[in-house]
Write a protein that binds this ligand. Structure first.
Ligand code: SF4
Ligand code: SF4
Length: 163
């Protein structure tokens, strides 16, 4: 079974907020709850010519990879509405190949957490629940998973294990 994720080319994220708003509306999440949130590093001046200013869209435990949409062959709503077209949905195998060809990207395998959806804001699907242990080795791709026990590591090409 393939494991799906999101690839973010954060070099071109403008912090427009379209991904967050569309995610909240798609899932009927209330104010303050979302499947994706943008964090900012900067701005601070590097020298007279350059500034450090990066935006990082990060998925939360409420990201179910838009299970209802993707089950119908449609792309996640944040991918559809990203104004800079920097989010790609696909299998980890496909996305890790893209990850290797350009810096300032990251690949995320969301861990939808039903416990986090208790209350009135229950999400409509959970078909894409995935775990780091399910990932098969596809090369020396780095990855990050969003779980309560957040892990960051590498995939071993030969063993398909995490170290
Ligand atoms: S894939 Fe769907 S659930 Fe996940 S952050 Fe994007 S819009 Fe939200
Ligand atoms: S919609 Fe795209 S460009 Fe806008 S904040 Fe989200 S990831 Fe960044």
């Amino acid at each position: 079974m393939s494991v799906y994720g999101l690839l973010f080319d954060y070099e071109y994220c403008t912090n427009c907020g379209s991904c967050q708003v569309s995610c909240q509306e798609e899932h009927d999440y209330p104010v303050g709850k979302t499947g994706i949130k943008v964090f900012t590093d900067g701005p601070w001046k590097i020298d007279d010519e350059f500034w450090n200013f990066n935006h990082w869209p990060i998925v939360t435990d409420l990201c179910d990879l838009c299970a209802d949409r993707t089950a119908e062959g449609r792309e996640p709503i944040c991918v559809h509405h990203c104004l800079s077209n920097i989010i790609t949905y696909g299998t980890v195998e496909e996305l890790s190949k893209e990850l290797e060809v350009k810096p300032k990207q990251f690949l995320v395998i969301p861990q939808f957490n039903p416990n986090a959806t208790r209350g009135e804001f229950v999400s409509r699907g959970s078909r894409h629940v995935s775990a780091a242990a399910d990932v098969q080795g596809t090369g020396a791709a780095t990855y990050a998973t969003h779980r309560h026990d957040t892990k960051i590591g590498e995939l071993d090409e030969n063993e398909g294990t995490i170290f």
